[in-house]
Write a protein that binds this ligand. Structure first.
Ligand code: NAP
Length: 333
């Protein structure tokens, strides 16, 4: 099967791409810069072999620029949308780097491109009929996304989900918890403070519950979805890891696994938001109040979510936190 992965150079998209290639699929990897795409993320044994075999190809396109997208989606059997704007979760509206512009409108642009290439026109201008055999659309959504949630990232992703559900394509949504792995920016940035500080600062009490998921499990699930011959069509899955932990406990465990002992310093959330309110006007917008909200949100799956997944993918298991962290933390080697 040939799959377009939009966001193929990113943390999540590159691992999905590697798993798909390893399973024998062909991947068309989308990036805004083909020149950087391979060295950035896919320069591994599986990527190099697939490149030599012609199963890994690249397409240069930007989801915010609709003109380049029909060529990117033509001739594929599935589209996986895993794009994230540069600098997330810190939005920069003046540079078009927002959840609305990239997560939502970028997804809408991809759907429109699919409609222009595959869709049969209908009398209803707002709806498109897709003939059998049109590509499936699989979207990396977030665990906190719901109809009720009002934060900019949840609104934008909910609206993207709504557009996908109403698109007329065969769709699958994966609402993913915090994913951790060697190339993640969130956990690694927090742990990085331990390189030069005697403590690790976090905003808030850090007592909200999370079920972080190991990045390899994300790649594995997407490969199962692609290979399931449509059984996961028109379904939403919520993906998390097996361990329910607070943010503070997650960081403590990761520090221990890295071979570090550092206390976690709690910066009151209100103080963080005040800092964000001031720092959003500095060059590069190092922090915003919304980013503090994003970083302190809870996000956990339930037993019902796990059952829903294993009902569709019997035998699919997620990696215990200690095991996942130990695969790449230097302290354990
Ligand atoms: N990381 C997590 O823990 C997590 C958890 C739940 C959900 N998610 C969701 O998963 C998705 C991917 O997140 P990530 O952490 O993998 O992000 P990431 O590492 O920052 O990757 C971003 C990707 O998006 C691409 N991109 C950015 N702007 C683009 C544009 N305008 N047009 C085309 N491509 C563009 C980048 O490609 P180039 O720079 O090569 O163009 C890169 O491949 C996001 O939707 C995120 O909300 C992530």
């Amino acid at each position: 099967m040939t799959i377009l992965v939009s966001g193929a150079t990113g943390f999540i998209g590159s691992v999905i791409t590697r798993h798909l290639l390893d399973a024998g699929h062909a991947v068309r990897a989308m990036s805004r810069s083909i020149a950087q795409a391979l060295p950035k993320s896919l320069d591994n044994e599986i990527g190099r072999r697939a490149l030599a075999e012609g199963r890994l190809t690249f397409v240069q396109a930007d989801v915010t620029r609709p003109d380049g997208l029909p060529g990117a989606v033509r001739g594929v059997e599935a589209v996986i949308q895993a794009v994230q704007f540069t600098g997330a979760p810190i939005e920069d509206p003046r540079r078009g780097l927002t959840y609305a512009a990239v997560d939502r409108d970028g997804t809408l642009n991809l759907l429109n491109a699919l409609a222009s290439v595959y869709g049969a026109p209908t009398a209803e201008p707002s709806s498109t009929r897709f003939p059998a055999g049109s590509p499936r659309f699989i979207y990396v959504s977030g665990i906190t996304v719901s109809a009720e949630a009002t934060e900019p990232w949840n609104r934008a992703k909910w609206q993207a989900e709504e557009a996908i559900r109403g698109s007329g394509l065969d769709w699958t949504l994966v609402r993913c918890c915090w994913a951790y792995g060697p190339r993640d920016t969130a956990l690694n940035r927090i742990l990085g403070y331990s390189d030069y500080l005697p403590f690790v600062p976090i905003f808030g009490r850090g007592d909200d519950l999370l079920t972080p998921v190991f990045i390899e499990d994300v790649g594995h699930l997407f490969t199962l979805i692609v290979g399931d011959a449509g059984r996961s069509g028109d379904k939403t899955f919520r993906l998390g890891g097996p361990d329910e932990v607070t943010l503070a406990a997650f960081i403590k465990l990761a520090l221990e696994t890295r071979g570090r002992r550092r206390p976690v310093l709690h910066i009151p959330k209100a103080l963080g938001k005040l800092q964000g309110a001031l720092m959003q006007y500095l060059p590069g917008r190092p922090l915003t109040p919304d980013a503090v909200d994003f970083l302190t949100q809870a996000g956990a799956v339930t037993e019902a979510d796990r059952d829903h997944l294993t009902k569709h993918f019997p035998g699919f298991e997620t990696t215990p936190l200690r095991v996942g962290l130990a695969t790449y933390m230097p302290g354990t080697r």
